[in-house]
Design a protein around this ligand. Structure first.
Ligand code: PXP
Length: 242
C-alpha cells in the first residue's frame, strides 16, 4: 500500500494559451517552477505529434530548468521514442494519440499492440526511463502491462470523471479493483484525466494509487485563483483523502 500520494501537474494547457498568440507568454516552464513551489511532486508534459501545445523547445527547457522529475507523455512512435531516449526523462507515459481528438480520449490498447509496445518499453527501460502505460482500468490491459514488463500503469479516469450516479460508482470500483490487481503483480498504479476539486477525493482514497496526474482543471482554476492556490488546494484534498 502506498501512503504518500504524489501529484504530477500537467502543464500542457499553459502552452495551449501561449500558442494561441504565438510568442513566449505564458511560459510553461515558469508554471512548472510555480507548481513545484506549491507542492507538486512531478511535472507532466505531453509532446503531441502535432505540437499543438508543448513544443520540443519546452521539453529541452523542462529537462534543463526544473528540479522535479519529468513525466513525458508520448505516443508509441519512432519519433517520440527517439526524443525520449535523447532526453531520458524520469518517466515516459505511453498514450494513444489521434490527431483529430481534443484530448487523450480513452486508454491505450496495450493488449492489442503488444508487438509494437514490447521493444519500446524495453528500450526505454534499458535507458533508465520509468515506463508507464496509460490504460483503461481493465484486467486485459493489466495483463498486457505485466507481459510488457511495464513498471507503472496509469488508469484513465475520464469515464469516472464524466459519468454520474451509479455509473460513476461502478467505474470507481473498477479503478480500485484494478489498482489492487496491479500492485499484486508488482506494478505501480497511477491515475489521471478529468480530475477536479469535486471528484478527486474518491480516487485519491484508493490506497494503492501512488500518483495522480492532473492538468486541465488546475490550469483553468489558476485563471481565477492563481496557480499556487490551485495546486495547493488539490494537494490538500489529496492529503485529506489519505
Ligand atoms: N494523464 C494522461 C496520461 C493524460 O494524457 C492527461 C491529459 O493530457 C492527463 C493525465 C491529465 O488530464 P487532465 O488534463 O484532464 O487533468
Amino acid at each position: 500500500m502506498t501512503r504518500k500520494l504524489r501529484l504530477g501537474v500537467n502543464i500542457d494547457h499553459v502552452a495551449t494559451i501561449r500558442n494561441a498568440r504565438g510568442g513566449d507568454h505564458p511560459d510553461p516552464v515558469r508554471a512548472a517552477i510555480l507548481a513545484a513551489e506549491a507542492g507538486a511532486d512531478g511535472i507532466t508534459a505531453h509532446l503531441r505529434e502535432d505540437r499543438r501545445h508543448i513544443t520540443d523547445r519546452d521539453i529541452d527547457r523542462l529537462m534543463a530548468e526544473i528540479d522535479l522529475p519529468l513525466n513525458l507523455e508520448m505516443a508509441a512512435t519512432e519519433e517520440m521514442l527517439a526524443i525520449a531516449l535523447r532526453h531520458r526523462p524520469h518517466a515516459a507515459c505511453i498514450v494513444p494519440e489521434r490527431r483529430e481528438e481534443r484530448t487523450t480520449e480513452g486508454g491505450l490498447d496495450a493488449d492489442g499492440h503488444r508487438e509494437t509496445l514490447a521493444p519500446m518499453v524495453a528500450r526505454l527501460s534499458d535507458a533508465g526511463v520509468r515506463v508507464s502505460l496509460f490504460i483503461e482500468p481493465s484486467e486485459r490491459q493489466i495483463d498486457a502491462a505485466i507481459h510488457l514488463n511495464a513498471p507503472v500503469v496509469e488508469f484513465h479516469t475520464g469515464r469516472y470523471a464524466h459519468r454520474g450516479g451509479e455509473a460513476r460508482t461502478e467505474e470507481l470500483k473498477r479503478i480500485a479493483d484494478c489498482a489492487a490487481l496491479a500492485v499484486k503483480n508488482g506494478i505501480e498504479p497511477h491515475a489521471g484525466h478529468g480530475l477536479t476539486f469535486d471528484n478527486v477525493i474518491p480516487v485519491a482514497a484508493i490506497p494503492q494509487i501512488a500518483e495522480l496526474n492532473i492538468g486541465h482543471f488546475l490550469i483553468g482554476e489558476a485563471i481565477f485563483t492563481g496557480l499556487d492556490a490551485s495546486v495547493r488546494r488539490m494537494r490538500e484534498l489529496m492529503d485529506q483523502a489519505r
